[in-house]
Structure formats: structure tokens, C-alpha cells
Design a protein around this ligand. Structure first.
Ligand SMILES: C[S@@+](CC[C@H](N)C(=O)[O-])C[C@H]1O[C@@H](n2cnc3c(N)ncnc32)[C@H](O)[C@@H]1O
Length: 420
């Protein structure tokens, strides 16, 4: 996500209609009378009842509390939201990811039908751009689309963006909570959890999903890992503060640092580990590919927890539920977990600028500029520059790809595009 909001993709795809849809949905959600509880009070009561909570518990409450969670009842993206992401900045991003998907799928023998899975689709912009390319290549009838989205509010935005019809279901015996048909005719399903998706050959995407996963904060003190917790502040009851746990916590005991770990303070996402293991097992047993894109590091950063509100940094502990909470993704840890037990082989992480360049992003930019009305050329150019410039998103954002390890020799001969 990016703080700079000067650029957005007003040059393509009926922006006016999009904004109207968001407005209607916002009105709908207030009409339903789902008045959000006061999250600060709720967290305070939880701490009073059970003692200080972990940073991961705090993030889970703040981001995904069923009624008051940050993602659960509003459109948080773009100009009127808190941050903007690559697919929202330029259509080139989604188009190049689509080309990558098709290329790797063909190399694997074009298995069909296949599942296209996206974790955390936001407004549905990335998947919409991908579907457009797959439809042009006449591939959309070969796939089913499976979206993992915890927010039913955002799932409606996604459905409005990609479906010509959709229906919310109230049947808890089904693994999905919403179904639809895309404009190109492929079946679309929404799930709360990745593990609910039927097992099959799948292409799995996660763009800015792992940075929203809860992290634990750990510090090494006299050779012992201790967990940082969140407690109520004494000065003002509605304020919170970080405290160091005096006694061992489940995570401080479970946590196994890598042999090469030199940091004495770090963030660790057990939930990310869990999801990566599910991805790796699926790829190993049923085949497929995963592409994970996010801002992150390779095990060198120590303190990346932060909050964003209205495109500005915000106090992490203040007004919970009104600002996005995020932490940089530790790609070294993701890779280690994915590759443990030899389930998958990983390529990357590679910087976004490099990936887009290797995928011929410049060529696509020139095509777009050639066909664009003069008034939108500046916007197209600056959007692509934002994705690729090293002081913007080009260096901070990284791509990692996962393949079943049985393909190791094949991949040595034919490495994935964008990573070669
Ligand atoms: C930072 S947004 C990224 C949106 C989109 N991928 C993009 O790049 O524009 C995170 C997305 O993940 C969803 N999400 C967050 N936590 C989740 C969870 N635990 N399970 C499923 N979805 C989650 C959010 O609702 C949102 O759609």
C-alpha cells in the first residue's frame, strides 16, 4: 500500500460507475443498522477480563472484528480511503500478472479445469484485470474463481466489480458464503478461509494479503525470547501501551529462530506460517503455482509495525478500527516454511521493478500510451513510474513464486518468467 494518492487509474474502466457502486454499498451497510461496537472499549474489556493481549490478538480484533473491524464495513482503498495498492494504480500490473499465470500454466501442460484462487482481493481490481486478459485468451471457461475474503462488505464490492450476477448465501453447511458468475461466465465462490476451498490444481495469488496477517512481537533478553504484549495505559483508560511479558507466552516458547538469526527484536507471524503451509501442501498434493506479492524484507528488519489512516502514518494503538494495521512481510520466513519438508520450490523474492521489467512492462506501457487519449497519457506514465521507481514501489515490493518440488528439474531447465 502506498501513502501517495496523487495517482489513480481514472483512465480506465468506468471509474464513475465504480464510485457510485461504493457509495450505494456504504449506504446499504448503514441502512442495515449494523452499528459497530466501540472497539477500544471492547479491547479494554478483554484486557480487563483476561490480562494483556498479544500484538497478534490486537491486530486480529482491530482488522477483522466481525462488526467493527477495519476491513469489515467500509471501502478502505483509494483516494477516499487510507491507502492505494499497485493494481489500483495501473492496469499494467494485473495484466502482467495474468501473462505470468498463463505462461506458467501452459508450461505445466495446461491442466483444465483449473482453480484461480486469490487471497484478500480488496476491491477486486487485480482479479478483474486478470480475468479480462484470460477472457481475451479464451481461457475463462476453463477456470473457476475462488476468493478468500474475510470481509463480507468487501466481497460485495468484489462481486459488483467482476460479476454480472451474485448471491449471498446463508447456509453454514456450505464452505462458501457467496457465489456468482463473472461477466465472462466463470463460476465465482467466496470463502472465509483458504482451507475451505476444494482441493484441486490451483493458481494461487496473494497481493498485499500477508502484510495484513497478525504478527507477534518478540525480544531477546539475556538469551530468552520474550513477547511484547498490549496492556491498558494507566494515564488514560482508553489508551493502550506496549509491555514486555514477564512470564513465557505460548509464542515465546514455540518460536524457533533460524540458525542464522542475528536480530534481538523481531516480528513473527504464526498465521502467515500456517497459511503458507496450507499453500505448500496443496501445491504438493494437487499441483499448481502460487505467486505472493507484498512489501517486505529478507529477515533483516526489526520494527515494521505501523498504522495508516487517510494516507498518513497513525499511532498503532490509538482509535483501533479506524486505521489499517500492517507489518512488512518476512520473505525469508515464508520461504523457509514453504520449503520445509521439501514440499515446494521457491523463486524470489525479486523486486517488483525487476519483475515488471522482465515481464516487458515497458512494452505494455508503450502500447497503452499509443492507444490512450492525450489527456490520460501523463496519468498512465506516472502510474507505471510509481510501480517501478526504486524510491516508490519498485524496490520495497517483492514477488515470490512457489511450485511443487516435483517440478524442480523441469524448472531448472525452464525457470519461471519474471524470475529468470
Ligand atoms: C491490504 S488489503 C489488499 C487488497 C488487494 N489485494 C489489493 O492489493 O488491492 C487486504 C485484503 O485482505 C483481506 N483480509 C484481511 N485479513 C484477512 C483474513 N484473515 N482472511 C481473509 N481475508 C483477509 C482484506 O479484507 C482485504 O481484502
Amino acid at each position: 500500500m502506498l501513502l501517495n494518492v496523487a495517482i489513480r487509474r481514472s483512465y480506465c474502466y468506468r471509474p464513475v460507475k465504480r464510485w457510485k457502486i461504493f457509495k450505494d454499498l456504504n449506504e446499504d451497510s448503514t441502512k442495515k443498522g449494523e452499528v459497530a461496537i466501540n472497539l477500544a472499549k471492547h479491547i479494554r474489556n478483554r484486557i480487563i477480563a483476561t490480562g494483556p493481549i498479544t500484538v497478534a490478538q490486537y491486530m486480529t480484533e482491530v482488522l477483522t472484528h466481525p462488526t467493527a473491524g477495519y476491513y469489515m464495513n467500509r471501502d478502505v482503498f483509494g483516494l477516499s480511503g487510507d491507502f492505494i495498492t499497485s493494481p489500483e494504480i495501473s492496469q499494467i500490473f494485473g495484466e502482467l500478472v495474468a501473462v505470468w499465470i498463463v505462461n506458467e500454466w501452459v508450461k505445466l501442460g495446461s491442466p483444465q479445469p483449473f482453480q484461480l484462487i486469490e487471497l484478500g482481493p480488496g476491491r477486486g481490481t487485480l482479479i478483474k484485470d486478470i480475468l479480462r486478459v484470460l477472457t481475451q485468451l479464451k481461457l475463462s471457461e476453463k477456470l473457476s474463481l475462488h476468493l478468500v475474503e474475510i470481509s463480507e462488505f468487501l466481497s460485495q464490492l468484489q462481486a459488483q466489480s467482476i460479476c454480472f450476477e451474485f448471491e449471498k448465501l446463508n447456509d453454514c453447511t456450505l464452505p462458501y458464503y457467496q457465489i456468482g458468475k463473472s461477466e465472462s461466465g466463470c463460476a465465482v465462490y467466496w470463502y472465509k478461509r483458504l482451507e475451505d476451498i476444494p482441493q484441486d490444481f490451483a493458481i494461487i495469488l496473494a497481493h498485499e494479503f500477508f502484510d495484513a496477517m497478525p504478527v507477534h512481537k518478540l525480544k531477546l533478553m539475556a538469551g530468552i525470547w520474550k513477547e511484547v504484549l498490549i496492556n491498558i495505559s494507566e494515564d488514560k483508560l482508553e489508551n493502550f501501551k506496549f509491555v514486555l511479558s514477564n512470564s513465557p507466552t505460548p509464542i515465546s516458547q514455540l518460536f524457533k529462530p533460524l540458525p542464522e538469526e542475528t536480530r534481538t527484536s523481531l516480528e513473527y507471524s504464526l498465521e502467515s506460517d500456517r497459511i503458507v503451509r496450507i499453500i505448500a501442501e496443496r501445491l504438493q498434493c494437487y499441483g499448481g503455482v502460487a505467486l505472493i506479492v507484498d512489501y517486505g524484507h529478507f529477515g533483516e528488519k526489526v520494527d515494521t509495525l505501523r498504522a495508516f489512516k487517510r494516507h498518513k502514518l497513525h499511532n498503532f494503538l490509538q482509535d483501533p478500527g479506524t486505521a489499517d494495521l500492517t507489518a512488512d512481510v518476512d520473505f525469508r520466513q515464508l520461504k523457509r516454511v514453504a520449503e520445509e519438508n521439501g514440499m515446494v520450490v521457491c523463486y524470489g523474492p525479486i523486486e517488483q521493478a525487476q519483475f515488471l521489467m522482465k515481464m516487458n512492462g515497458n512494452l505494455r506501457l508503450q502500447q497503452l500510451l499509443k492507444n490512450a487519449p492525450p489527456g490520460s497519457r501523463e496519468l498512465i506514465n506516472s502510474g507505471y513510474a510509481m510501480l517501478t521507481k526504486s524510491d516508490e514501489m519498485g524496490q520495497r515490493y517483492k514477488f515470490i513464486a512457489m511450485f511443487p518440488s516435483v517440478l524442480r528439474n523441469h524448472l531448472n531447465k525452464y525457470p519461471p518468467i519474471g524470475f529468470d
